[in-house]
Design a binder for this molecule. Sequence first.
Ligand SMILES: *Cc1c(COP(=O)(O)O)cnc(C)c1O
Length: 403
Amino acid sequence: MNTLSRELQRELDVVTAEGLHRAPRVIGGAQGPRLEVAGRECLCACSNNYLGLASHPAVQAAAREAIARYGWGGGASRLISGTMRLHAELEDAIAEFKKAEAAIVFPAGYMANVGVISALAGREDTVIVDKLDHASIIDGCRLSGAQMRVYPHGNTDRLEAILKASGSSRRRLIVTDSIFSMDGDLAPLREIEGLARRYGAWLMVDEAHATGVLGAQGRGVAELLGVEEGIDISMGTLSKALGGSGGYVAGPRALIDLLRNRARSFIYTTAPPPAMCAAGIAALGIVRNAPELRETLLQKTDRLRRGLNALGFDTMRSRHHIIPLIIGEAHAAVALSGQLFQRNILAPAVRPPTVPRGTSRLRLTLMATHADADIDYLLASCAEIMKGSPGMFSAAPGKGRPT
Ligand SMILES: *Cc1c(COP(=O)(O)O)cnc(C)c1O
C-alpha cells in the first residue's frame, strides 16, 4: 500500500470501529415496492419513490419518446445552447403546478439549494437554519459566506431571538425543510412565516419530500398549512415522489431571472438530459390526475406507524409518510437492519453524521404501491426480531412509549 492508501485506510478503520461504515447495496431491476438485492427479492421499506413513479409506464414512455426525438445529452450549459424545448416546458409546468410566476430547474435538488442560497446571500447577510435542515442547505450556507445561525429543531422562540439579534445584517434569509427528511415531522411554517414577515426576513422552504405528496394538490406542506402566499422562495425536487431527478425553485419572475444569472450550480454545469425533463412533466401530470396515489400512501403509512407504536417502537413526531424508527446506538440500528434483511426486507440503518449521535434509526418509508400484506409482513418481522432479542432496543430513547 502506498502512503495515501495507508492513511485513508486508517481513517476508514475508525469509521468502521464506530459502526458508521457505509457501502451501497446494488439493486438489480427497477425501483419499486420489491427490489432485487444480491439475487434476492426484497421488500423495499426505504425509498423516496413514494408514488411509484420511478418505474411508472407513462413516465418511462415519456422519457423514451424524448430520447427518440431529442437525443440523450443536453450538449452544453443552459445559458449556452443547452436550454432545449423540454427544459422550458418543464419549467412552465412547474410554475403552473406551484401557482408561481416562474420556475427554474437544476440538475439535482442538492444543486438547487447550494445555488440558490449562495446566489441570494453573501458576507453581509445572515442565513438562519433549523438544526435538522438537509445537508444541501447547510452546504449552500457555507458556500455563501453569509453568517449562519442555527436554531434548535422547530424552536420558533430561538428563531425569533436570532431575528432580533441580527437586525444589522443587510439581508436575513430563513431556510427550512418543510417536512424533515429523517424525522418526518413538519416545520411550524405558519409561525415561521409570521416571524419572517414581522422581522422583514425572507423565507425559503425546501419541499423535497412533500412535493407530490402533501397538500390537497400535492404542492407541499405550505399548501397543507395554507401559507403558500407567505413563502418567498419555494424549492422542491423531481427526485423523490416525482420519481426522477432534478431540483427546482418556483417564485416571482425576478427571483428566477436572478437565479439564472447568479446561481453557479445552474450556470456552470451541463443542462440535464431532455428525457429527464420529459419524465418530470409526465410525473407532474400523474400527481395532478391521480390524487388517490398520495391518499393511499398516507393511509398505508398510518397503518404501519400504528402497528409499530403498538409494538412499543418510538416513531417521534412523525405524522405523514416518513417514519423514523428510533433505535439509539449505531450498532443496534445496524443489527436490526441486518435481521430485517435476513427476512428479505430492505431498510438500511441511518446513522451519524446523517442524524445526531444516539438517535440512529431505521427510516421507514412506503410506496403507494405496497400491498397491505407487505405492511403486515414488515410488522410481523419487527415483532419477531424484538421477541428474539429483547435487549437490542434498550438504547432507544422513549422505548415502549406509546404515541
Ligand atoms: C433529497 C433532498 C435534497 C436533494 O435533492 P436531490 O434531488 O436528491 O439532490 C434536498 N433537500 C432535501 C430536504 C432532501 O431530502
